[in-house]
Write a protein that binds this ligand. Structure first.
Ligand SMILES: [Zn+2]
Length: 341
């Protein structure tokens, strides 16, 4: 039997016994049609696996958002519901809610030797569009540390929602169009819901965001908005008194816009010529520490962000072995063939 390997090899690799899976791959170079890849959510830095020849696994919502934003049909895939299991090699792999955006999941990989959980991006509090990440015990926890620095502790969500609404009211009163520049999926839908739930202010979204909105609508997250490319959307922008939500790449921003960003980095960073709110779809430092405390793994592998700092804090405060996710030398195609026979 080969040695167990958990690490980074163009994605998070779990390799033990007859199990050989790649999670959120960033390249398809080592993959063939029978390889199994697992995609946690629809943000573009996690979806490279959809463009590979491998057998793809994700939730239906993640697949639909990807297809809607890329206008591309994915082949050779299997969708998983939250809580559903699939066999890969001699492991059972289960999708667990990650709380990061619609359809986002963690993956639990139960091999005959150990149980590992790969979180992908997680958020451990409820939002207007998602429920907090599930916490399940495991032997090995592979966890993100985007906001793993102790200085990143976000305000309560209700406080941030109130701050955003208050800023928007001021801008509208001053004759501006408050304009949020965000990713195309996840955060914008939370911001649309925020205005739908707490105000009567009309919301206009750019066409890209409208495509992701329609997948939310299909999956039970009801959103009231108009698309800026439609006559209704154009009329609303011309009349003013509305909120505009667009992507960071969008070149069309209304002339009388006052811009805003929603990102966790806003807690410690000021942005030029725009307002900023620390509304994040990631767990903050305290949530990450609490998550590890509840999961009680034998070992934590940390990746992205403040991985060194968070690892040493987990060891010191929780007494759990932790370290950055190791990089594994480039896996050869041969390894996958061996695993599948
Ligand atoms: Zn993400």
């Amino acid at each position: 039997m080969r040695q167990e390997r958990i690490g980074w090899a163009n994605g998070v690799l779990i390799d033990a016994g007859k199990t050989h899976v790649l999670l959120d791959p960033t390249s398809g170079r080592t993959l063939h049609e029978d390889s199994s890849v697992f995609i946690t959510h629809a943000h573009s830095d996690h979806t490279h696996g959809f463009a590979t020849v491998a057998k793809k696994h994700s939730t239906k919502e993640t697949l639909r958002i990807y297809e809607a934003l890329r206008d591309r049909e994915v082949k050779n895939y299997r969708t998983l519901k939250i809580g559903e299991k699939v066999q890969a090699g001699d492991a059972e792999i289960t999708a667990l809610n990650a709380g990061h955006m619609l359809g986002s999941c963690q993956f639990e990989i139960a091999t005959p030797q150990f149980t590992a959980i790969y979180t992908g991006d997680i958020n451990c509090v409820d939002t207007l569009t998602t429920k907090a990440a599930e916490q399940r015990t495991c032997d090995y926890l592979i966890m993100e540390a985007t906001y793993g620095h102790p200085s990143y502790v976000f305000p309560r969500r209700s406080t941030m929602y109130a701050d955003i609404v208050s800023w928007v009211m001021t801008q509208i009163r001053d004759g501006k169009i408050p304009t949020f520049q965000v990713y195309s999926s996840g955060k914008p839908q939370e911001v649309v819901r925020l205005f739908n739930v707490y105000t009567k202010i009309p919301v206009v979204c750019s066409p890209t965001i409208a495509r992701a909105n329609s997948v939310h609508d299909e999956n039970g997250v009801k959103l009231e908005y108009s698309d800026s490319s439609t006559p209704e959307g154009r009329r609303a922008l011309k009349a003013g008194g509305c909120v505009y939500i667009t992507t960071s790449k969008a070149d069309h921003v209304p002339r009388n816009a006052s811009r805003a960003l929603t990102t966790g980095w806003a807690l410690r960073q000021a942005f030029r010529k725009c307002a900023s709110f620390p509304l994040s779809s990631h767990a903050d430092h305290d949530q990450l520490m609490e998550f590890v405390g509840k999961v009680r793994p034998k070992r934590v592998y940390v990746f992205t962000g403040y991985s060194d700092m968070l690892s040493s804090e987990i060891e010191r405060k929780l007494g759990i072995r932790a370290g950055p996710l190791p990089v594994i030398a480039q896996t050869k195609l041969l390894d996958f063939n061996e695993a599948l026979t």
